[in-house]
Design a protein around this ligand. Structure first.
Ligand code: EPZ
Length: 421
C-alpha cells in the first residue's frame, strides 16, 4: 500500500487551488440516471471515489465520457439497475443510485452498504422515505431490492438529519407523481449544489438550503450542464494545516460562504482570515490557541473537519475539548496522534486535548478519509519524519494531495508500495 512520507516542522506558505467537491460530485453524477438526455458535469475532482462511481454507472449501461475535469453521462437506456457489492463495499455513496433508479426505471438492486470505520451508518431513513413514496423495498441476500410502478409524492419527516438520505429522496421525488415535502432535511451546501443541478435539468424544487424541501414531481427531466461547487472540506483542511504549522497561505477557487463555521473556529484559534471573492487568505496572529468544538449538521461545525482540528489542538496552548455528535466512532485518529506524543483523553463522544510543545514524527496508519487528513497535518507539525500508511483512504477524497501540499512548501512525497520511491 502506498505511503506518504512527511518531513515536518516547516510553516506552510504559498497558494493552492481548491478542487471540486467530492460530496457534491457524487450525488450529481448519480442524477444522470434521472434523464435520457446527456448530463455534462464540470469541475469534477479526479478522486478514487469518483472513479469508482463512474465505473459503477458504466457497468449499469450509462454512457460515460471523461475529459479533464469534465464528465458527460447519458443514461438513455440501462443494461441493469444493479449496484453490486464489489462497488458498494468500497464506496457507501453508491447508495445514491437507489432513488434515481426507482424513480426512473421502477426497479433497483443495490447492495446494502455495510458499516465503515467511523460508524454503523444505517440507511433506514433512505428506505423509509422511499417506502413512503410507494416503493416496495426488501433486503435479500445482503441486497436492497426495490420496485415501484411510479413513485408518488409524500410528506416525509426525517427523524435524523441525513445528507445522502436527503439527496436520495430529493432525486427520487423529482419524477414522482405529485409533491413531496422533506422535513428536517439536510442543509449542507452539497445538497444545495445537487438541487441546483436538478433544477437546471427541469426539476421543480424549493427550499434547498433550509430544512424543508418541497419537490413537485415532473414527467421527465432534461439534460443540463452543471459546475460542481468547490470542496469546502479540502479548503478547510489546507487552512487548518497552515494554522497548525504557523504558516500563511492563500486559497483560490474557494466558496468562503460555505466555510463560515470552519473560519470562525480558525479565528478563535488565533488566525487572521481574509475572504475576497473566491480567495481565502490565512495567517496566524500569534501562537495557536487551539479551539474547542462540537460537530453538528450544517451550518454548524462539520464532522468532516473534526480530525484536522484535533491535530491542530494537539500542539495548541492550553486544553480544548472536541465533541463528535454525528458518528459514533470517529476518534480513530486519537491513538495514532497519541503515538506522536499528543496528550488526548477520550470520554464518550468527547476528546480532551491538552496541548503539548511538540509532536514527534512516527509511522502511523490511516483508518478513514478524514482521520488520514488529521494525521497528515500532525506529520506537517511534528519534528522529524512521519510515514502515513494506507493512504488509499486519502486518495478517495483529496485530489493530488502531496502535489498541493508541496506547492505550499511541505516536504511530502508518496512512497509507492513495492516501489523504491
Ligand atoms: C455524508 O455522509 C458525507 N458523505 C460524509 O462525508 C459526512 O461525514 C456526512 O454526510 C455528515 O456530514 C457524502 O456526502 C458522500 P449522514 P452520510 O447520512 O450521508 C445517521 C467524507 O469524509 N443516519 O448525514 O452517509 C448516520 O448513522 C464523508 O467525505 C441514520 O441513522 O451521513 C449518522 O449518525 C464521511 N440513518 C447521521 O445520521 C440513515 O438512514 C448522519 O449521517 C442515514 C443516516
Amino acid at each position: 500500500m502506498d505511503q506518504l512520507v512527511i518531513a515536518g516542522g516547516q510553516p506552510l506558505t504559498g497558494e493552492v487551488e481548491v478542487s471540486g467537491a467530492k460530496n457534491a460530485a457524487l450525488p450529481i453524477l448519480c442524477a444522470s440516471l434521472l434523464t435520457a438526455r446527456p448530463l455534462v458535469v464540470d469541475n469534477v475532482p479526479e478522486l478514487r471515489d469518483v472513479g469508482t462511481l463512474l465505473r459503477l454507472l458504466g457497468d449499469m449501461g450509462v454512457l460515460v465520457e471523461r475529459a479533464p475535469r469534465r464528465v458527460t453521462l447519458c443514461a438513455e437506456s440501462l443494461k441493469e439497475a444493479v449496484a453490486p457489492y464489489e462497488w458498494v463495499k468500497t464506496m457507501r455513496a453508491s447508495i445514491l443510485v437507489l432513488g434515481p433508479l426507482l424513480a426512473r426505471f421502477g426497479r433497483a438492486r443495490v447492495s446494502l452498504p455495510g458499516g465503515c470505520a467511523i460508524g454503523e451508518r444505517p440507511v433506514d431513513l433512505h428506505i423509509k422515505g422511499l417506502q413512503a413514496m410507494g416503493a416496495r423495498l426488501e433486503v435479500t441476500h445482503g441486497d436492497l431490492v426495490g420496485e415501484a410502478e411510479r413513485l408518488r409524492g409524500a410528506r416525509i419527516f426525517m427523524d435524523k438529519v441525513t445528507v445522502t438520505g436527503t439527496e436520495n429522496l430529493m432525486m427520487a421525488a423529482t419524477l414522482a407523481e405529485g409533491t413531496t415535502i422533506l422535513e428536517n432535511a439536510a442543509r449542507e451546501p452539497e445538497v444545495v449544489d445537487l438541487a441546483e443541478c436538478l433544477v437546471a435539468m427541469g426539476a421543480r424544487i424549493r427550499g434547498h438550503g433550509t430544512d424543508v424541501l418541497t419537490i413537485e414531481g415532473v414527467p421527465e427531466l432534461s439534460g443540463a450542464t452543471h459546475r460542481v461547487m468547490p470542496d469546502r472540506i479540502e479548503a478547510g483542511t489546507f487552512l487548518v494545516a497552515a494554522a497548525a504549522t504557523g504558516g500563511e497561505i492563500r486559497l483560490s477557487g474557494a466558496r468562503p460562504r460555505t466555510l463560515d463555521a470552519i473560519l470562525d473556529k480558525l479565528v478563535e484559534a488565533n488566525a487572521s482570515v481574509e475572504c475576497q471573492g473566491d480567495q481565502i487568505r490565512l495567517r496566524m496572529r500569534g501562537p495557536n490557541h487551539g479551539v474547542s468544538l462540537r460537530t453538528a449538521p450544517y451550518p454548524a461545525f462539520p464532522t468532516d473537519m473534526q480530525a484536522q482540528f484535533m491535530a491542530m489542538n494537539a500542539v495548541a496552548q492550553g486544553t480544548t475539548v472536541v465533541t463528535e455528535t454525528i458518528f459514533e466512532n470517529r476518534f480513530m485518529h486519537v491513538q495514532e496522534l497519541r503515538r506522536m506524543g499528543a496528550n488526548i483523553e477520550v470520554e464518550g463522544n468527547a476528546a480532551i486535548i491538552r496541548g503539548v510543545p511538540r509532536l514527534e514524527g512516527a509511522t502511523v496508519m490511516a483508518t478513514d478519509l478524514r482521520a488520514s487528513a488529521g494525521l497528515v497535518i500532525a506529520g506537517l507539525i511534528a519534528e522529524g519524519e512521519t510515514v502515513v500508511d494506507r493512504i488509499y483512504h486519502l486518495d478517495r477524497g483529496y485530489e493530488k494531495l502531496e502535489e498541493k501540499f508541496s506547492c505550499l512548501g511541505a516536504s511530502m512525497r508518496r512512497r509507492v508500495a513495492g516501489g523504491n520511491a
